[in-house]
Design a protein around this ligand. Structure first.
Ligand code: NAD
Length: 496
């Protein structure tokens, strides 16, 4: 187990980085031979040349995925057998936790301690949870007249393609492939071009675990090439997506232009975190608010990026918040003490810094952070920032920044807080802090969001569904509800 930054550096020296696509149980270069360079935002080091797959590779992957599906080699295995193999896959991921954590951190910049404590175990857990569920889900018999037998059965959808982002590369992918594979589908994973390495690595682990070749395929490459090709493909049955709202909308169009494939979208957010004067513990609320914007460099779809504070406690709360943010200090992402790592790439860093300028220009007051830092490392680091005096009409309160920039908005009444909270095109998550049970319930009910946290921010595990209202998406990841996305319901009427 590596404990220091130099342990991790040593571990890196012994890594062999694979950058090829994984199709039909083998690593392969892109058919075009094209590659793109993968460099680390942690310190600018070169990591790998990665296959830049395109439509030709997508076609090849869909053919083998379809053949694997039709052959029944996976789809027709007993659920208990798929369970056994998937649990072995989860175990192999844990066996390789150091390697996968290192790849995840170097590829997209998050602190190594988070990769190790959160991303890798959560991925294994998602697989294990879906695997454990699959041989406990029963089909239904309809309440028919006596001369009929009505069977309501679920069938795997067929070929599932998933297009995922870079902020939690393994976890976001596993929320899709775990239920899809457990249900018997063939799967094609298109990781983000900014973070392809762990997806490529686990493909081999899937095969080693016993998932038949052709059932789990990985196509690294860009959205406008291989992503688009999968979304427009006539023989992909389901497209599962996590990413921005803009791309999500485009995928709906691609579906309409092709085969009406089911499109499941987990998109952006601009989540309100509402602190009432009667919050049970303002210190805890301040700490949670700081974590809600700084964890994972603020690159979190559910980031609590709009902090709504009741005016009567504003002067007391802001110093607590500024103080709590001090625990979130950028550091070299391979240092196990680091709480805030590197921003994923130069473009994202520029975008975050531009939003900070827009906040100032529009009259919000920057009261903490907001500068680029640690440039001497060669990495891309920014101090988490707090803006006070924000109105919900300002750009920094309306647009998803996807970086550590918090907007503090003051309110006077419960009605005003709810109106501001819901005044967004997004509806992914929300937090509410109050000791009044009735207010907690009525406010939660009024929030138009897929996840609501009361007197905490960011709770959750595999047991509850996750997803968005409004332009934050449709469908749900996690929990038994996730199986709805990867199965078709069939009604069979038997005349008795
Ligand atoms: P993005 O939309 O730019 O890219 C996501 C994926 O889509 C990438 O793999 C990309 O290559 C691909 N893509 C881009 N254009 C495409 C096209 N025309 N056709 C097909 N594929 C295309 O998002 P991102 O920058 O990678 O991630 C950040 C976004 O993800 C944020 O908006 C964030 O809120 C969202 N997100 C949402 C959730 C959720 O569960 N709701 C979770 C994590 C991240």
């Amino acid at each position: 187990m590596a404990n220091t930054r130099s342990d991790w550096e040593q571990r890196f020296q012994s890594l062999t980085l694979e950058g090829r696509a994984f199709i039909d149980g083998q690593y392969r270069s892109a058919l075009s031979g094209d590659t793109f360079e993968c460099t680390s935002p942690v310190d600018g080091r070169f990591l790998a040349n990665v296959a830049s797959t395109d439509e030709a590779d997508a076609n090849a992957a869909v053919i083998v995925a379809r053949q694997a599906f039709e052959s029944g080699v996976w789809a027709k295995l007993a659920p208990a057998e798929r369970k056994r193999i998937l649990i072995r896959f989860a175990d192999l991921i844990l066996d390789h936790q150091d390697e996968l954590a290192l790849l995840e951190t170097l590829d997209m910049g998050k602190p190594i301690s988070d990769s190790l404590a959160i991303d890798v175990p959560a991925t294994a857990n998602a697989i294990r949870w879906s695997a454990e569920a699959i041989d406990k889900i029963y089909d239904e018999v309809a309440p028919t007249p006596a001369d009929q037998l009505g069977l309501i059965t679920r069938e795997p959808s067929g070929v599932v393609a998933a297009i995922v982002p870079w902020n939690f590369p393994l976890i976001m992918a596993s929320w899709k492939f775990a239920p899809a594979l457990a249900a018997g589908n063939s799967f094609i994973l298109k990781p983000s071009e900014k973070s392809p390495l762990t997806a490529i690595r686990i493909a081999q682990l899937a095969l080693d675990a016993g998932i038949p070749k052709g059932v789990f395929n990985v196509l690294p490459g860009f959205g406008h090439t291989v992503g688009k090709a999968l979304a427009l493909h006539q023989d992909v049955d389901v497209l599962a997506f996590t990413g921005s709202t803009a791309v999500a909308k485009q995928l709906l169009i691609y579906s309409g232009q092709s085969n009406m494939k089911r499109v499941w979208l987990e998109a952006g957010g601009k989540s309100p975190n509402v602190v009432f004067a009667d919050a049970p513990d303002l210190h805890a609320a301040a700490q949670a608010a700081a974590s809600a914007i700084a964890f994972n460099q603020g690159e979190v779809c559910t980031a609590g990026s709009r902090l709504l504070v009741e005016r009567s406690i504003r002067d007391q709360f802001i110093p607590l918040l500024v103080d709590a943010l001090k625990a979130w200090k950028p550091g070299h992402a391979l240092d196990p003490q680091t709480t805030v790592g590197a921003v994923v790439d130069a473009r994202q860093l520029e975008s975050v810094l531009r939003y900070i300028e827009i906040g100032k220009e529009q009259g919000a007051r920057l009261i903490a952070g907001g500068n680029r830092t640690l440039e001497e490392t060669g990495g891309l680091y920014v101090e988490p920032a707090i803006f006070d005096g924000v109105t919900n009409a300002m750009t920094i309160a309306r647009e998803e920044i996807f970086g550590p920039v918090l907007s503090v908005i003051t309110f006077d009444t419960v009605e005003e807080a709810l109106q501001i909270a819901n005044d967004s095109i997004f509806g992914l998550a929300a937090g509410v802090w109050t000791s009044d049970l009735s207010k907690a319930h009525t406010f939660s009910r009024g929030l138009r969001a897929g996840s609501v946290w009361v007197n905490q921010y960011d709770g959750g595990d595999m047991t509850a569904p996750f997803g968005g209202f409004k332009q934050s998406g449709n469908g749900r990841d996690k929990s038994l509800h996730a199986f709805d996305k990867y199965t078709e319901l069939k009604a069979t009427w038997i005349k008795l």
